[in-house]
Write a protein that binds this ligand. Structure first.
Ligand code: ZN
Length: 567
């Protein structure tokens, strides 16, 4: 991944040194003979476009375009291929999870043996040898009953080296005995505010699973300090991945000041190949390490703004997750009778959201359970009552469960529904955790993308990378089929919620661009907008739906410049 970045930079340098004419040519490009899906209001399909200085100048027929070029225009024959606006990922964690991939990543491992083997390999890697810790993420909670693995899983790998691995949902972690010892977590340690230290039912000893940031941070606080280099390298890793999937715009769904510094540093170097909306985490979850003093960062947020970085966004976690039963629900979990937990009392949330709304700051929220969704919709409604109707484009992520009475409220309150469609399939998180804990009736209402859309709500798409793949085409296929694109698991999750392909492509282009307050600049191929474009290997409209996720992006263009290409 890093090699590729360097290669692109070196190539650019070579151009500059070698030939001024080539550089001029890069300033003006005509893409002809394509199937160019513009995603303008009329869903126009054109065959050619003209780009100058990174901006779309003309959209039309090949004849029209060729009449308007000059000697400096580089002509690119699309050979009938599909071109469309590049993707916008409306929920990702490029730095936080980018760093995980440079440490001990156990994402996409589906057996305990594979996980242990991977961690054994990590013990031999430099990052562990240098830091003395195994730090990582991606543990698949669905492999363990009640999402409750035991520290013995890691103790079998090492009793001397402390191990801290987050589950792929980012809301739970498993540690070994050595890590518990170094963090001074024992039988006597009380559960922290809104956090759970899972315990052995007989001895009361901590069993290794820590739920929600306040509990995870008991260990995270004693981890070796994360360096600016690690953050920047994590961001570059994520950015390369994004370019390879055709993503040129992204919402970072929880930043602290250190992350803002990484974005700004990369942008000032001229190497930020993403348009970023960075949402500063509000509240007391201290989700991200080294997060301190929200008010201080919020006050100074404009210091980190840049033509590619919008820092006028706040992220609020409303509840936890269903695995581990921290997600807030209207009817109780079947086995425990618990209703999960809300992070904020309603008054507190109402006041916070009304305040940001009055400041013209966008509020992005995490809500998993139907009680959390209702609570945040109520808070957005309160903001309208307090401030009148504004255009801050607030949105809610995840939306695993929504009460049917709340479905029309997305449209009524103009709140976009930010779905992670790659989750909408019957994998082990659903079958092994959600069905036993919530029952089939609720599971059959999960991720109601179509219902929100049909009720007039706006759908936007995000990966929540690295919870699941960053590849938008896999999420889009899942939204259209409600089945596993990899065929690893069988079955369909609630086929009534299947979406139309065009609507899902809009969710990842124009709709997400609007939510990012850049709908006038990106998200469709229209005159005056940035040439943020992708070329696809196959036309998505000419293949069966279950092949969408396999289609490769063969070129990604940001502001007229190629940032990724398969040769
Ligand atoms: Zn997230």
């Amino acid at each position: 991944m890093f090699k590729k970045s360097k290669l692109i930079k070196q190539t650019a340098l070579l151009f500059a040194v070698l030939c001024m004419a080539d550089l001029l040519a890069e300033n003006s490009k005509a893409y002809i003979n394509g199937s160019i899906h513009t995603f303008d209001e009329n869903q126009t399909v054109a065959d050619s476009i003209l780009v100058k200085e990174g901006v779309i100048q003309m959209v039309g027929s090949e004849a029209d375009i060729l009449e308007n070029i000059d000697d400096s225009t580089k002509i690119i024959d699309l050979q009938g291929k599909m071109m469309m606006p590049s993707f916008h990922d409306a929920h990702a964690h490029p730095i936080w999870n980018g760093m995980d991939f440079l440490q001990c990543s156990v994402f996409d491992l589906f057996s305990i043996d594979e996980i242990q083997e991977r961690i054994r390999d990590c013990l031999e890697e430099d990052h562990v040898k240098n830091s003395g810790w195994v730090i990582g993420a991606g543990l698949n909670a669905g492999l363990f009953p009640a999402a409750n693995p035991n520290k013995s899983l890691f103790d079998e790998v090492s009793e001397d080296i402390p191990i801290y691995i987050e589950m792929s949902d980012g809301h739970n972690a498993l540690v070994n005995s050595k890590a518990l010892e170094l963090a001074d977590i024992n039988k006597e340690t009380k559960d922290p505010f809104k956090g759970i230290i899972e315990r052995d039912p007989i001895t009361g000893e901590p069993s290794g699973t820590l739920r929600e940031p306040s509990a995870m941070n008991l260990v995270a606080d004693v981890l070796p300090t994360e360096t600016p280099e690690l953050r920047l390298n994590g961001l570059l890793y994520a950015q390369d991945l994004a370019s390879s999937f055709g993503i040129t715009s992204m919402i970072d769904a929880a930043v602290n000041e250190a992350y803002l510094i990484s974005f700004r540093d990369l942008a000032e170097r001229g190497d930020l190949n993403l348009r970023v909306t960075a949402c500063i985490e509000y509240g007391r979850q201290h989700y991200v390490q080294e997060f301190s003093g929200f008010e201080n960062i919020y006050k100074r947020r404009s210091e980190y703004a840049h033509s590619r970085i919008n820092t006028n966004c706040v992220k609020i976690f409303i509840d936890g997750v269903l695995e581990g039963q921290t997600g807030a629900i209207l009817e109780p979990y079947l086995d425990s009778g618990s209703y999960g937990q809300l992070y904020f009392a309603q008054d507190e949330l109402n006041n916070a959201i009304a305040r940001f709304d009055a400041n013209d700051t966008q509020v992005m929220t995490h809500a998993i359970g139907d009680r959390a969704v209702r609570s945040v919709l109520d808070a957005y409604q309160h903001a309208i009552k307090t401030n009148g109707v504004k255009d801050n484009k607030h949105h809610i992520s995840h939306l695993q469960l929504i009460h049917e009475n709340d479905i029309p409220r997305f449209s009524e309150l103009n709140i976009s529904a930010n779905f992670q469609a790659a989750w909408a399939l019957p994998d082990e998180w659903i079958t092994e955790i959600n069905i036993p804990e919530l029952g089939i009736e609720r599971v059959n209402r999960m991720y109601p993308i179509r219902s929100i859309h049909d009720a007039g709500g706006t759908i936007v798409g995000g990966s929540d990378w690295a919870v699941t793949t960053m590849n938008p085409l896999i999420a889009i296929e899942t939204a259209v089929t409600r089945q596993d694109p990899s065929n690893r698991v069988e079955g369909t999750l609630n086929k009534n919620e299947r979406m139309e392909l065009t609507e899902m492509l809009k969710a990842y282009t124009i709709n997400a661009a609007e939510v990012m307050h850049q709908g006038h600049l990106t998200g469709s191929i229209e005159i005056g907008k940035f040439a943020d474009l992708i070329i696809l290997e196959k036309n998505l409209y000419e293949i069966p739906h279950n092949e969408i996720g396999e289609v490769r992006v063969i070129e990604t263009v940001l502001e007229g410049n190629t940032v990724f290409r398969i040769d």
